[in-house]
Design a protein around this ligand. Structure first.
Ligand SMILES: Cc1cc2nc3c(=O)[nH]c(=O)nc-3n(C[C@H](O)[C@H](O)[C@H](O)COP(=O)(O)OP(=O)(O)OC[C@H]3O[C@@H](n4cnc5c(N)ncnc54)[C@H](O)[C@@H]3O)c2cc1C
Length: 387
């Protein structure tokens, strides 16, 4: 990028996902001139959506539902778009049969004989009185035989197969403790999230980002890889060959920023196969897991996310987890958190501390899986630190 750019901004932001866009807005409202560099051909990062050839709104990087318990965060989102209440329902197909997820009493009725199902439900009620959810791990460790049988059925036919595909390992390599926070319902309730606020944009996430970035102090340059212009030498940060002392917010991958000098951080990626079909409905819920399918993990049907009436037509995306390093076009989706990857990450964090004007955040900068509300909270916090 031309050197001129260095003079036209008070703050440089790399990445126009939720993290970068929120910090841009906060800066602009404080009177700062903001330059955002985004290497994709659109803003919005992984929340980007668009209307496809069949007239159906789809999410390019996987299904996104905004959910939070924090009223301040939902209020912030409401400043820039209208939202509709939306309670996501999910399910799984096991042995060709649909069941809601988190698994609930309907799951027991579907996969066990009536007598056995009654025995399991009674035992769960006795063991966990007053509770509406319990972790699958607790059920696997239960001293009650029928509860253990139920948990084992779920583990063998869903969790272990799904987790193995998701992370590219064999089911036998999975330590059940990774399922510590995976809940099983102890009633017939449905709904994927428990948060107080669960919403979807009335128009689109794209519309939300247009409004968020619509400020005279914000300039966005698309299709620009900031790492082509950022460099580090002798504890100084350079942009386009000039020393840069203005604040820089970087929301891309932290290892890439420092040209992988401490090694690569591991990610799992996804590949989507998009299908448009001439039928009103393809599956029972917007998001359905297919644990027993050979390669794909889940399918999202966008006419149900939220309900879109487009005649006798539907569109869905089949999700294949893939190794991030092996596919050139792959995006880094899920950080693989291990002791070794955390050690590498901490080395990059120490690197960041050398540059007082550098703020690294967002799901790629912090090398953490953030839900949107967590990314928003962190972005507001970083904006507060800068000013
Ligand atoms: C499949 C999937 C489903 C999800 N579903 C949900 C959900 O239902 N609910 C929920 O709350 N959260 C969900 N999330 C999480 C959500 O996507 C993130 O919280 C959010 O997108 C984080 O925003 P971000 O700005 O930190 O990162 P991103 O959205 O990744 O934005 C980073 C941006 O920086 C750009 N960039 C990177 N490097 C450079 C560079 N060198 N130069 C220029 N630009 C660069 C990228 O192109 C990208 O646009 C989901 C995530 C995935 C992977």
């Amino acid at each position: 990028m031309e050197m001129e750019s260095n003079k036209i901004f008070d703050i440089l932001i790399v990445g126009s996902g939720l993290s970068g866009a929120v910090i841009a807005r906060e800066s602009a409202e404080k009177g700062k001139k903001v330059l955002i560099l985004e290497r994709r051909d659109h803003t919005g990062g992984n929340m980007h959506d668009h209307v496809n050839d069949a007239g159906i709104l789809v999410h390019d990087y996987g299904p996104h539902t905004f959910h939070t318990n924090d009223q301040k965060l939902i209020n912030y989102m409401c400043r820039f778009a209208k939202w509709q209440e939306y309670r996501l329902t999910c399910g799984a197909k096991i042995n060709g049969q649909f069941t809601p997820t988190p698994f609930n009493f309907a799951t027991i009725d579907t996969f066990f004989s009536k007598d056995k199902a009654d025995e399991i439900k009674l035992a769960l009620g006795r063991e966990y009185p007053g509770k509406s959810m319990v972790s699958i791990l607790k059920l696997l460790d239960s001293s009650i035989t029928c509860i253990r049988e139920y948990a084992r059925f779920l583990y063998d036919n869903d969790y272990s197969l799904y987790t193995a595909k998701q992370w590219g390992i064999s089911p036998t390599e999975i330590d059940p403790s990774v399922l510590e926070r995976v809940p099983v319902r102890l009633n017939y309730d449905t709904g994927y999230f428990e948060d107080a606020y669960q919403v979807m944009p009335e128009i689109s996430y794209n519309d939300f980002f247009h409004s968020l970035l619509d400020h005279p102090n914000i300039m966005v340059k698309l299709r620009v890889d900031a790492n082509d212009d950022i460099s580090f030498k002798k504890n100084k940060m350079f942009f386009g060959g000039e020393v840069l002392q203005k604040p820089v917010v970087y929301t891309g991958a932290i290892d890439e920023l420092f040209t992988y000098k401490h090694g690569r951080l591991p990610y799992r990626s996804l590949h989507f196969e998009w299908v448009i079909e001439e039928k009103e409905s393809f599956q029972e819920a917007p998001v359905v897991a297919y644990p027993q399918a050979e390669e794909y993990t889940r399918i999202t049907e966008y006419t149900k996310l939220p309900l879109q009436k487009v005649g006798n037509r539907t569109a869905y995306a089949v999700e294949f987890p893939v190794d991030y390093q092996k596919r050139d076009s792959a995006e880094p989706y899920y950080p693989v958190i291990t002791a070794a990857s955390q050690e590498i990450y901490m080395r990059y964090r120490e690197e960041v501390l050398r540059y007082p004007n550098l703020y690294v955040c967002g799901r790629l900068g912090d090398f953490r899986y953030y839900n949107m509300d967590q990314a928003l909270k962190r972005a507001l916090c970083v904006a507060g630190e800068i000013f």
